[in-house]
Design a binder for this molecule. Sequence first.
Ligand code: SIN
Length: 294
Amino acid sequence: MKVTPVSEILGAEVTGIDLSGTLGSETKAALREAFLTYQVLVIRDQTLSPAQQVAFSKIWGDLEIPANIQHTTEESQNVMILSNEIRPDGTAVGVVDGGDFWHSDSSHVAVPSMITILQSVRNPDRGGDTEFCNMYAVYAALPQDLKQKIEGQYGIHHVSKTVNKRVTISPDRPGAKDFYEAQAAARAQVIQPLVLVHPETGRKALYCSPRFTVGIKGMSEEQADPILDELFAYVTDRKRPYHYRHKYRANDLVLWDNRCLCHRAVGGYGLPDIRRMHRTVVGGDRAYADQAAS
Ligand code: SIN
């Protein structure tokens, strides 16, 4: 197995490994070490079936069952389909607008996702990249006064796009407005520390995102907005100094660490060009905040 960095800020390519079989303990340990060092692993030349992807994903922890069960594979309900493909009856094959704004997966629930794994099943001719932002590097780059303002503070996170003024609803997703309105009514907000100490590396990372963080606990909108806008500018900065943009090759399997990264699906493709990803998620092993205190 060979591990080669893909950028100076994060990410490594892994070659010379076949994930379809059983991995030995030394290989697993080497993968984990590379993962904690580089935050994103791009494992080349994998053609895993949903069952094989599940087996590989389980070496990292227990898997989440996706909320939208109608968009999972027939072979496994742990594998969610992300795709822009629409069936002749107008229904979507997969989640059409997954990840279109910067976020860390499931920070809107008390125990957020730990690791996300995407197998590229079909790549569009153009577009379809995933972009990552190193939140350790962002935290390290914050000015001292901003660090002081956010130390010990909690972001308020919510899943629905209709309660977040910083995002928009994709017109490509059938029934999206009703979906997000129902979520706004049914789902509660949660709090997460704005500065997260990574449970495995002990390093501090900024933990908030334009997609899910809608306020700061104990602050009015007028107080919180300038702080959040300043923080989000680091994540969305057009110059992208803390970022790596992954352009998928056929048969890439990519996994990333949600505890120290934000990411987004860049888009830039459209029918009849089809993008299809198979996504598994390793669930978190802890809450980062005491929800009873919120
Ligand atoms: C995600 O946000 O989990 C998916 C990202 C992508 O489709 O590129």
